[in-house]
Ligand binder design. Sequence first.
Ligand code: ATP
Length: 639
Amino acid sequence: MSGQRDYSEKREGATPILSWSNLNYDVKTKQGARRILHDISGNVYNGELVAIMGSSGAGKTTLLNVLAGRVQGGRVYGDIKFNGAKRNPHDFKRMLAFVEQDDLMFPQLTVGETLTASAELRLPSNKYTKADKLERVESVMRQLRLTHVKDTGIGGYGARGVSGGERKRVSIGVELVTDPSILVLDEPSSGLDSSSAEMVVSLTKDMSRERNLCTLMTIHQPSAEMVAKFDKLILLSQGKLIYMGPMSQAISYFESLGYPSTNPNPANFFIDLTTIDFSSDKAMQESEQHVQALADSFTKFRESGGQLPKNPSGASSGSIVTAGSNSNIVASNYSKSEVNNDITQEEADLVLLEPPPMNNWLYEFWTLLKRDLILVKRNRSLIYGLLAQCITTIIFLGFVFFQLKHDQASVQNRIGILFMFTVLCTFPVIFPVVTIIMTGRGVLMRERSAGTYRMTSYFFAKSLSFFPLAFLPYTVTYIGVYFISHLQYDAAKFFIGFANMYAIIFTSIGFAFAIAMITHSMEVAFIIAPVTISNLLLFTGNLSNFKAVTPVLRWIKYVCMYYYSYSAFMQNEFGGLTFTCDTGSTACYNTGEEVVSSYNLNEQSIWLCIVINLCLGIGDYAFAYALTRWLAKPRYIWI
Ligand SMILES: Nc1ncnc2c1ncn2[C@@H]1O[C@H](COP(=O)(O)OP(=O)(O)OP(=O)(O)O)[C@@H](O)[C@H]1O
């Protein structure tokens, strides 16, 4: 099918899949309001491969983001229609496939796993069986020449994985395992060598043709071969429209304005023609006037009905007119479409004009949980780190507080070991959780922007995936330390201590989630987290006596997870113990209850402490969820 149809000719009567008129975009700068896009109008049709070109700062990405509904900040004016009607943000984002410039994927997953997760999450289960979804993944891998790297890791962040070109193709595949109506790519060739870049454009074109899909991409400096693959060109300079029409007729159009091309690569010619010369004020002024004249010419050209120069040989995309070709101006009503409407019903049906139904909550949750557990399992350095922490904690805590007796020294040692245990149940839990959440934030934003799943399923799956990571090493640590230090050998006390430890770990994960969502960078999170934890530790009852703490701050202990956890550990361990007094000593603790009482740690019963801690944990999760839902949400401007 590819190559048989002339996509550069007009398509009478067809409705553009996306049309926009008089788009303006303003931002606020220190110097005042600045207009980034000026009165841009245009349309694109199914099956077209459209290049948005222009020199750096021309407004390509901005236009792409405005059209995709992905622009943040500033004000957008004008009108955008999807299939001739006003867009619904919720539906539109699920029908648009947006491939961002950065390849936002999990480096630990393989190519196959990445694409399968996308298919599982984004294709509706009531329409596609598991086998259908896997078949779709296989077919996308075949089309994007990825089958040979199916089991190779994505890589990145120092981990070896697929090549840059393959990674870009996986990014495209992640979007194309679904049934999008429009495919949008921001600089898909950036960072790639010329053959990889050409392959990306070629494969994108093939897939657009096969699915009758409209594809828009910004592209910097494509080779002449790449330029020839595009059906349509949108050329911008300084946020103004310099040309929009068939790529095959762009050169002729500029020739008709008196700018014959001498450059064998049309892309270089377009850029040279529209680049602002910043070498001096005078040069800048002149080139700005030149760009304005080009923009005015195009406006006039459009207003006059658009007499586009025609490729003399009648060649369509794939045989672009390059430098020096003779222009042969023929009547071609520009305001109509440039793509023929010779498509089969089967092809037309491929383009969905309504979003597919969402998968049910449980399915989403389970799919995300499986993916998150794989990510945790593959995080080898974290697992080894936790193992090392587990062994060192057992050795240090166990042997520093080795086989505690019942003398006065053992009182201090019991206080110390329980305090250390409280601290160790939080610090080493919080930091890995913050790191994992923050490194996955880019993927979250991408998937969220595409409406891939509900936020609740993400949140529950992510939280639950941390539980084995935190609970397993601490279970081993607790058992080791308990028996080496010889805390009270009493089955009830042993298991109550366990329950208390699980409660503080549960709360710590919620706390870490909140920290990760409140901040936008790892650096800030790693400042906020230790400062908050250290300050909260002042309220455990170990480092300060509550009676001496100023009443202005004393209330903090009632919302402090460490206080309840430490209080429960202390009451549990000291309850029922008696101590011997050293000879000659007058100040002695005779019973464990005296110790707990002197630290004011018996205000609530053990079980109440555990329950309050769990409630604080639930509060942390609710707060973290609210932050995930509203604060960490990308705020796109919509028209
Ligand atoms: N939110 C914003 N605030 C201030 N200036 C902005 C904002 N968004 C875009 N710009 C400016 O608008 C101009 C166009 O930006 P844009 O990123 O769209 O250009 P581009 O053509 O994609 O450039 P490049 O090829 O270098 O990526 C630039 O000068 C940029 O600095």
